[in-house]
Design a protein around this ligand. Structure first.
Ligand SMILES: CSC[C@H]1O[C@@H](n2cnc3c(O)ncnc32)[C@H](O)[C@@H]1O
Ligand SMILES: [Zn+2]
Length: 430
């Protein structure tokens, strides 16, 4: 299978490269050539790229995809009330089939809004892996583990099963991580056990960190440490690749502790705003050389999975926080949502950039829209004006998943029937 995208505006996201007009050739799962003009071959599926912009697919660095079933079910609560009184009871009622359909709903929204890879943390991961396999998207999957009650090792075993059964599956589109949920749900002993497993199996870790002031107070009163010190104490930063979700409440010493870490921080600005958590010190982390990517968090808090919305809000928050519009400029935030997030998923040599040898994970944005004209500066349009609904075509691993806004691997009528019936049953009585 080969695809030739002709005469499109190309933003490769390679270091300091400006947008230019040209062609992109895809063979199998890879980009093989990018040039001003490429001769079509008889077997090529040709895509007319005029009035469009090609860029790397966005990488959502922190998600709970089945929470799309809980979108709009519980709003305007503090994080702990929202989580303990609403989300956890609803999740306890979800069957493995619910998780499959919830993940598929999340994936449909991601493909429609230009996300080609995501990092997920949830339960019933076999069903999420099936949804990823069928739909064609790329994902790094994590079984989230809360160690607040003895479950006879069930969660840990499920995490191990996920890693053993699914790493490298779906033509390599699925990778895995180990996922202790957070400092406040993981006592030190099981946390150290998971770190040791990650080191032994060479599998990255994915964990929430310092999302709220209440978390900081809780960890201070339990252990007399900041949440970041607590995780450092487990040895994870020096021993493993770690994907930290949120990192909102970090003091300067915490930021220093993260310096030099493998992995980095997934910034989830919309979820942080909606749950009233605060503004993450994104510029300060970047200044210290820490990789910062962008995620949405689950649709239960963020309410949408549109990464273009996150990109805008990420910029606005830093500008507002510093009272300085020069903070977090367009190119830098695009870099975070592509190359930065790709590094958090350990995929920096495969996705997040358009170049020969990279995976063909890319999107075409339709520029023939009033809010995207005139075209002074493509990066500015992408950061401040484009919405997920402007994505025209989504390609992952060389497979077209959406063309002219039609999903090719998901039956949307069936999807909406399933999720509405299931969502109603799940929240009844919660
Ligand atoms: C055990 S699987 C993951 C677990 O995380 C919960 N969750 C979703 N959003 C957040 C958030 O913003 N902070 C902390 N935990 C969150 C989700 O409901 C699952 O139970
Ligand atoms: Zn989360």
């Amino acid at each position: 299978m080969s695809i030739l995208i002709q005469q499109t505006t190309i933003l490769t996201m390679q270091e300091a490269e400006a947008p230019f007009t040209g062609d992109i050739r895809i063979e199998g799962s890879q980009i093989v050539q990018i040039a001003s003009h490429i001769m079509p071959q008889p077997e090529d599926e040709v895509i007319d790229g005029r009035n469009k912009l090609a860029m790397p697919g966005l990488v959502n660095a922190h998600q709970h995809s089945p929470m799309s079933l809980l979108r709009g079910f519980s709003d305007d609560l503090k994080l702990m009330d929202w989580l303990e009184r609403k989300m956890l009871p609803a999740e306890a009622r979800m069957t493995p089939e619910d998780i499959y359909w919830g993940a598929k709903l999340g994936i449909a929204e991601m493909i429609r809004s230009g996300t080609t890879a995501f990092a997920d943390m949830y339960i019933h991961m076999n069903e999420i892996a099936e949804a990823v396999t069928e739909t064609g998207i790329r994902a790094s999957l994590t079984r989230g583990m809360v160690f607040m009650e003895d479950d006879g090792g069930r969660r840990l075993q499920e995490a191990i099963d996920l890693v053993q059964r699914w790493s490298g599956k779906a033509n390599g589109r699925i990778t895995t991580m180990y996922g202790p949920h957070s400092p406040y749900t993981c006592p030190m002993e099981p946390l150290r056990e998971v770190v040791a497993m990650a080191v032994q199996d060479e599998i990255p870790l994915h964990i929430h960190l310092a999302e709220t002031k209440e978390e900081v107070e809780k960890i201070r009163s339990r252990y007399d440490m900041t949440p970041t010190e607590y995780l450092e104490e487990s040895g994870m930063f020096e021993r493993a690749h770690v994907l930290l979700a949120h990192g909102v409440h970090l003091n300067p010493q915490d930021i220093s502790r993260l310096k030099g870490m493998r992995g980095g921080v997934a910034h989830n600005p919309v979820s942080n705003l909606k749950l009233g958590c605060g503004i993450a010190p994104v510029e300060a982390m970047i200044f210290e050389g820490i990789t910062v990517g962008i995620g949405t968090d689950g649709a239960g808090s963020a309410t949408t999975l549109d990464m273009f919305e996150e990109i805008k809000v990420a910029c606005w928050l830093q500008k507002l926080d510093y009272g300085d519009p020069t903070r977090l400029p367009a190119r830098q935030v695009l870099d975070m949502a592509t190359r930065g997030s790709a590094k958090l998923l350990s995929l920096q040599n495969e996705v997040g950039m358009l170049a020969p040898g990279y995976k063909a994970d890319l999107i075409l944005i339709d520029l023939a829209k009033p809010h995207l004209q005139p075209i002074h500066n493509v990066e500015s349009l992408l950061a401040y004006s484009v919405n997920g609904a402007d994505v025209h075509t989504t390609i992952v691993d060389g497979q077209i998943l959406m063309q002219d806004r039609k999903l090719l691997t998901i039956d949307e009528d069936e999807l909406y029937r399933e999720v509405n019936t299931r969502a109603k049953r799940i929240v009844e009585g919660v």
